[in-house]
Ligand binder design. Structure first.
Ligand SMILES: *[C@@H]1O[C@H](CO)[C@@H](O)[C@H](O)[C@H]1NC(C)=O
Length: 121
């Protein structure tokens, strides 16, 4: 990949989370994108968890919940992020994060998680 000297490189670190109840979450590990590009990040769980979550951590700040899916087939709830962000619950296992027109401030760690019962009370 050739990168123009004027390009802004974004790094989105994505990790694999193994949950205590033996559900394994699979995500891509890292992605480097240029400004204005888009990214589609797949999160997949091998269990039957109803709730799925996308979190973001900017610098050393705390984790922020940015998307919450109650169940496949239902609308996804968005928090804290704007129009360039969307998430799609493709089916029970897959929750896709879609960011368009990437901006330098989107550089962060993005975590996906799932749970059988709602963690939102
Ligand atoms: C990602 O979001 C953009 C903007 O809303 C949309 O046009 C595009 O179809 C989405 N891509 C996927 C794979 O959902």
């Amino acid at each position: 990949m050739s990168i123009s000297p004027h390009a802004v490189i974004l790094v989105l670190y994505i990790s694999t989370i193994i949950l205590s109840d033996a559900t394994t979450i699979t995500q891509e590990k890292a992605a480097v994108q240029r400004e204005k590009e888009r990214i589609l990040v797949k999160c997949e769980q091998d269990g039957t968890d109803q709730q799925m979550y996308w979190y973001r951590q900017v610098h050393q700040n705390s984790l922020e919940l940015i998307f919450f899916s109650q169940m496949d087939g239902l609308d996804t709830e968005k928090l804290l992020v704007g129009d360039r962000f969307s998430a799609t619950r493709e089916n029970r296992q897959r929750f896709l994060l879609n960011i368009t027109n990437l901006q330098p401030e989107d550089s962060a760690m993005y975590f996906c998680s799932s749970s059988f019962h709602s963690a939102q009370k």
